[in-house]
Design a protein around this ligand. Structure first.
Ligand code: FPP
Length: 256
């Protein structure tokens, strides 16, 4: 009996109550570390890939919910530079997900005026993954709604290393001087170049770490962590995160 009550309580904790959201203070850029697919599956006695499949459905829910709220940029950490260490079968499966996702959802994303963008080492992706992303980027490039930015084979240290290398090459060639180095110049050389910094960073699954994600760009982001696993994430969780964001006072190191 007690176990049943505990299970009921924990289910209800995982489904937040409706919250009030002010339309005047919507985060422009929300970034999400989608974590817990494997644990979600394990808890149900299912293979890890079923967790990833359900994670893909949560990507769709989060995209539509963010677009409806008026979020301008949504960055999803879909595959890190470290994820290649996973078993080959799982990596292969993860590399098929963007293909399946776009085959299933691209038309609806276009109907919703979503623009797809990608950041990461796309050269190292299998042809089918890179091809699907390139097609989605090309077919949505004139859309003016939410920018859905997939971080694929993305690692923040690698990104910073490449930005430093490109600035160093420009200095060596005399196109820039050391005095030209500024935050704006570094921003423009990052893979997120052209996007504002995330206002709100969400991580699911109860882990409290950043895992090499947008280290430069999240300097002043508001962080929101939740215990729920990514495949459970829906509109109500995004609303809860945005409502909490709206209760924060952002001081950027200054005074209110
Ligand atoms: C982390 O969970 C999740 C990933 C490494 C993959 C994230 C990918 C998706 C959610 C789907 C992406 C969809 C598209 C459309 C690109 P984990 O496997 O590390 O979970 P665990 O920590 O519980 O094992």
């Amino acid at each position: 009996m007690i176990k049943r009550i505990q299970a009921w309580l924990s289910r209800n904790d995982r489904q937040p109550k409706p919250v009030e959201i002010s339309p005047d203070n919507i985060p422009r850029h929300v970034a999400i570390i989608m974590d817990g697919n494997g644990r979600w599956a394990k808890r149900r006695g299912l293979p890890r890939i079923v967790g990833h499949q359900n994670g893909m459905k949560a990507v769709k829910r989060a995209t539509i919910a963010a677009s409806d709220l008026g979020v301008e940029y949504l960055t999803m950490y879909a595959f890190s530079t470290e994820n290649w260490k996973r078993p080959k079968d799982e990596v292969d499966f993860l590399m098929r997900l963007p293909v399946d996702f776009l085959a299933l959802e691209l038309d609806e994303l276009i109907e919703n005026n979503v623009r797809v963008r990608v950041m990461g080492g796309t050269d190292a992706l299998p042809d089918h993954t890179r091809g699907a992303m390139e097609e989605a980027v090309a077919r949505t490039k004139h859309n003016t709604g939410l920018v859905l930015n997939f971080a694929l084979n993305y690692g923040s240290r690698k990104e910073i290393e490449e930005a430093m290398r490109s600035i160093g090459e420009d200095i060596a060639a005399g196109r820039l001087t050391a005095g030209d180095i500024s935050s704006e110049l570094i921003d423009s050389r990052l893979m997120s170049g052209g996007l504002p910094d995330p206002d709100l960073l969400i991580r699911t699954s109860g882990e409290m770490r950043i895992s090499n994600f947008m280290l430069w760009q999240i300097a002043y982001s508001e962080l929101w962590f939740t215990d729920i696993y990514w495949p459970e994430f829906d509109k109500s969780h995004l609303h809860q995160a945005v409502a909490e964001y709206q209760n924060r006072t952002r001081r950027y190191g200054g005074l209110k």
